[in-house]
Write a protein of this length. Structure first.
Lengths: 130, 384
């Protein structure tokens, strides 16, 4: 089973960048999922002047979930806060060679990113696309 | 280099077994069909007879009571379906456990579809089905009780002798899946009053693709056939016998019997070493604690980490999540759910199983890899 993981998943699983927790009073978090469902993702952030100056994650889930979350958080470092809303985790599926049955974890990642945004900005609606 | 701790799934073929099989395959005098009535056929039959005698001796049976099959799955199917259907005029009640191997559970489900009533026992928190549970549900129309001697996932040992006495007094046939017990525990169909018993070659150092169903001929003369064909093996399991496979099975049975006491003691010491070290890792729970356990299986659960990630973190170790036969189904183990584990804890369970080649140094190395892997998996997961 383990040999089915592509190199990128193995790399981000074995040595994930941006692994939490973050320390400090100015850390806010967003999370989604639950252990009982097999996927639970926590995104932590420090935002200054509208930018994510620090992002970190922890993930309870399969190696694909860990790799996808690590990849997303790495790419969002330093990005505008609104990027947490705009980032489309499903775009990672091809890059990670993600099996179809694992795509639900990307939706949980999207929810966690959105909830992290909401931890900073409760004024903007964050529903689906218009 | 992967450390192999999956001997309950399949243990490597012993060199003596490989040599015996190669010898049969290469010997021009042993190429005939063992069912053929001519000198070359009788020479091949002698190989079969020797294997029957060896397997019979391993389990306390007579040579004529051995029916060779393609493996334990077929043995279990033949025992459960064959016995219940053959005895259906006497009654239509069967007793088994939710913690049995899939090759017993699935035939019992099939019997339910055929109108049998199956009572599904659930073990106590230690994983054991106690004879009193069987006594409470056995009835005059119970035709078969099917329970394993050693649980394949957590290694707990059931009191087969007590079950045998109970079933004999009720005239219910007792089928025992002894796949994990053979070669590690004393298996004696006569002493334990077992009517039907399943064993597999590749769990004791023999080749894959061959097993046996043992029938106490004083009690079980017939079963309802699963296969129809020639009259080999009294028609109970027709088909040309694979001479070279049986040669290997016979040698493996001889080796298992000869080394039973010393190997069981050696494995027990290694198992205890492994148990102590694994459970010293904070939070790790031993499954089957408090019960008598077979010498070669250690099952532990790791709360707070996801099962698939745990297995990748332990990639240097060849271990199982549970039964190898169930790998990839994605469903949490029924055995572990019966012990009260949540779905996520059942998925984060690891079975180590030891075998002939396992050394104390390998156990130490495995524990180091386990501790590092668990620590990594825990770092990834949010704190609950």
């Amino acid at each position: 089973m383990a040999s089915a993981y592509p190199d990128i998943v193995r790399r981000y699983f074995a040595d994930p960048p941006c692994l939490g927790p973050l320390a400090g009073d100015d850390v806010r978090r967003g999370e989604a999922g639950a252990p009982a469902t097999g996927t639970w993702i926590v995104i932590e952030s420090i935002v200054r002047e509208g930018r994510c100056v620090e992002l970190a994650f922890r993930a309870y889930g399969c190696p694909w979930t860990v790799a996808a979350t690590a990849l997303a958080v790495e790419r969002l470092q330093g990005a505008p806060l609104t990027s947490l809303l705009d980032f489309a985790p499903l775009d990672l599926a091809a890059e990670l060679n993600l099996p179809v049955e694992k795509r639900g974890s990307l939706l949980t990642l999207q929810d966690a990113l959105r909830n992290c945004f909401r931890a900073w900005d409760t004024t903007r609606p964050i529903g689906g696309p218009p | 280099m992967t450390l192999y701790f999956d001997h309950a799934a399949s243990t490597p073929v012993a060199p003596e077994v490989a040599a015996a099989m190669a010898s049969v395959l290469a010997d021009p005098a042993l190429q005939a069909n063992p069912a053929a009535d001519h000198p070359p056929g009788r020479a091949a039959l002698a190989v079969v007879d020797a294997a029957q005698a060896a397997v019979a001796t391993l389990v306390g049976a007579l040579a004529g009571e051995i029916v060779f099959t393609s493996g334990a799955t077929e043995s279990n199917n033949l025992a459960v379906l064959g016995a219940a259907r053959w005895r259906r005029a006497r009654g239509r009640h069967v007793i088994t456990a939710a913690t049995e191997h899939a090759s017993v559970v699935a035939p019992c489900r099939q019997l339910e579809r055929e109108g049998f009533e199956v009572t599904w026992l659930r073990p106590g928190p230690d994983g054991v089905i106690v004879p009193a549970q069987v006594a409470a549900v056995i009835r005059p129309d119970t035709v078969l009780v099917s329970l394993m001697q050693v649980n394949n996932e957590i290694g707990v040992v059931q009191d087969v002798a007590a079950l045998g006495r109970l079933c004999r007094s009720a005239d219910a046939w007792l089928h025992v899946d002894a796949v994990q017990a053979a070669g590690r525990e004393i298996v004696d169909v006569r002493a334990a009053q077992v009517d039907l018993l399943s064993v597999s070659a590749h769990k004791i150092g023999g080749p894959k693709g061959v097993g046996a169903l043992v029938l106490d001929e004083s009690r079980v003369q017939r079963l309802d056939y699963l296969h129809h064909g020639g009259g080999q093996q009294r028609g109970l399991r027709p088909g040309t016998l694979p001479t070279h496979q049986l040669a290997g099975f016979g040698v493996a049975a001889d080796l298992a019997r000869a080394g039973l006491t010393t190997e069981a003691a050696r494995l027990t010491a290694l198992r205890d070493q492994l148990c102590a070290a694994l459970t010293a890792v904070p939070g790790v729970r031993l499954n089957g604690q408090g019960a008598r356990r077979a010498p070669h299986i250690v099952s532990v659960s790791v709360p707070g980490v996801e099962g698939e990630s745990l297995r990748l973190a332990l990639e240097g170790l060849a271990v199982s999540a549970g039964a190898a036969c169930d790998a990839g189904h994605g469903e949490p183990s029924a055995v572990l759910r019966c012990l009260g584990h949540s779905g996520e804890l059942a998925r984060s369970t690891v079975r180590f199983s030891l075998g002939r080649g396992t050394t104390a140094a390998e156990v130490d190395a495995a524990v180091r890899l386990f501790a590092v892997g668990v620590a990594h998996a825990r770092r990834l997961a949010p704190a609950a």
